[in-house]
Design a protein around this ligand. Structure first.
Ligand code: 5GP
Length: 185
């Protein structure tokens, strides 16, 4: 994987396509075993999780359904966007076993917001699958049930994740260039 430039920033190779796909195959096995006969409803969180959700589905061989949600946010005077609602989930989730599919859990705001809202609709259970998880950035108590890779608190792009719109199409994951960045082993 070569170093890349998106807008004005340089990103170095971090997790290659082979490692990503191998890890998703492992997670898929765990989910197949745990949800056999439960007809889980996967809920992909757009935009970032579209590739993870798609590749995850290739590994799932039990009856299941998939749907997607998109979060809308508004920006006030704060620098960070505040999530105001989610749109797109048109399935009735009462009594269903949900598996949320996220690209990354960073501050955890997104996943906490979604869980709080989805639990109101009385699903039988909700578990979270996130390709990436930044434990140093998340201080809440949501459990990430199926984690692809734990990563340090550094900005990454690729495989669905963008930097100002660019990079979602990359097949591997890249980390913003810092003097000490090292490849994921
Ligand atoms: P949260 O902070 O709510 O856990 O994450 C919110 C969203 O911010 C993620 O779904 C993802 O789209 C974006 N995000 C968080 N960390 C990164 C990162 O390192 N790189 C990119 N490209 N997006 C990120």
């Amino acid at each position: 994987m070569p170093t890349i430039t998106l807008h004005t920033k340089t990103f170095v190779p971090y997790i290659d396509e082979g490692k990503i796909q191998a890890r998703i195959a492992e997670l898929g096995k765990e989910i197949n075993a745990e949800y056999a006969d439960k007809n889980p409803l996967f809920v992909g969180v757009l935009n970032g999780a579209f590739r993870f959700a798609s590749d995850m589905m290739r590994q799932i061989d039990i009856d299941c359904e998939i749907n997607f949600v998109k979060l809308t946010s508004y920006r006030g005077t704060e620098t960070t966007g505040k999530i105001s609602s989610h749109i797109g989930l048109n399935s009735d989730i009462e009594g269903r076993h949900l598996v949320l599919i996220e690209d990354i859990v960073d501050t955890g705001n997104t996943i906490e917001f979604l869980l709080e809202n989805l639990y109101k609709e009385k699903p039988a259970s909700i578990k979270v699958a996130s390709l990436l998880y930044k434990p140093e950035a998340y201080h809440g108590d949501v459990k990430i049930d199926f984690t692809g890779f734990e990563i340090p608190n550094l900005f990454v792009v690729g495989y669905g994740l963008d930097f100002d719109g660019l990079g979602r199409n990359l097949n591997g994951i890249y980390q913003i260039e810092l003097p000490q960045t090292v490849k994921y082993d």
